[in-house]
Design a protein around this ligand. Structure first.
Ligand SMILES: [Zn+2]
Length: 296
């Protein structure tokens, strides 16, 4: 594949109405499975690390890992600082060489979210103007975990507030709330055909996309993709989602894979114990990326 920048990858995805897959990692097992899936399909890839995942891997270490794959394989793999809540952590990621940073103050009232996001945009641009900056509105829960019930206070975004937010902050990518939710309900983890699924508000995605395009912002991210109805992924990309995040499903696959690896009480090599997790994560990422690209 010809080497592109993340901005070029996003422009291409937007033009073709497909979505770039964004998958979170905490360790090398997940990175290995995700990268193998993307390479097999020859699709560009975003790796995400939340503040917690960054604290575990190391901010500069995460940047070095992703950069090493990009350089060795001449592959369009990029790194995102997922859900960054403070200017201090924004600066840390920008200085470490992240390709994208999500500043998330969506839990605050709109006027404070706007003021703080604007300050984050200025701080990032001063360090490296090439970094893609994402901001968030609405509320979709905050944790990539298995939960008993949907979090209280889920608030869907409107085209009006989306335009207000992008025009006032200067962000490149908007993350709205459109029926998506962080985490997986227990009823979504059964693995059977009867498992509960998330359903997206596709007309709302299209309406927000059209509204912000008028304000010069063309990219949107769907957070909390885990557990979404298959057809909704493809419809969301067609309606204007440029990036789609999946994390909780990979965490669940990691855990179940490691449990499988632990069945042999005599096996102690970590890379063998985690091998079923790598395989399971690769399969999920392949399935998801096909849906994001209308290939399923
Ligand atoms: Zn998210």
């Amino acid at each position: 594949m010809p080497m592109k920048t993340l901005r070029e990858v996003l422009a291409d995805a937007d033009a073709r109405r497909v979505a770039v897959g964004h998958f979170n990692i905490s360790d090398l097992a997940a990175l290995k499975g995700i990268f193998a899936a993307a390479r097999g399909l020859q699709l560009p890839l975003l790796i995400g690390v939340s503040e917690g995942e960054r604290a575990f891997i190391g901010v500069r270490q995460a940047a070095a890992l992703v950069r090493s794959l990009r350089e060795e394989y001449e592959y369009p793999i990029f790194l995102n600082a997922d859900h960054t809540h403070s200017i201090e952590k924004v600066r840390e990621a920008a200085e470490a060489g992240f390709d994208e940073i999500i500043f998330d103050n969506s839990s605050l009232p709109m006027d404070q979210n706007i003021a703080n996001t604007k300050a984050a945009v200025e701080a990032i641009r001063a360090i490296n103007p090439e970094i893609v900056i994402e901001g968030e509105i609405g509320y979709i829960g905050s944790n990539s975990e298995v939960i008993d019930a949907a979090p209280a206070g889920i608030a869907l975004s409107t085209p009006e507030e989306a335009v207000q937010f992008v025009a006032a902050t200067g962000i490149d990518v908007l993350a709205p709330a459109v029926g998506n939710m962080h985490g997986l309900l227990k009823s979504m983890t059964t693995g059977g055909a009867d498992a509960a699924r998330k359903h997206l508000d596709i007309p709302r995605i299209a309406a927000i996309k059209a509204a912000i395009a008028g304000a010069g912002v063309h990219y949107m991210t769907l957070h909390g993709g885990s557990g979404t109805e298959d057809a909704d992924f493809t419809a969301a990309a067609k309606a204007g989602m440029t990036i789609i995040h999946v994390s909780s499903e990979l965490r669940l696959a990691w855990r179940r894979g490691v449990e499988e690896g632990l069945r042999d009480p005599n096996e102690i090599a970590p890379y063998k114990l985690t091998a079923p997790a790598v395989t399971a994560i690769q399969k999920i990422v392949e399935d998801r990326m096909k849906l994001f690209n209308g290939m399923a």
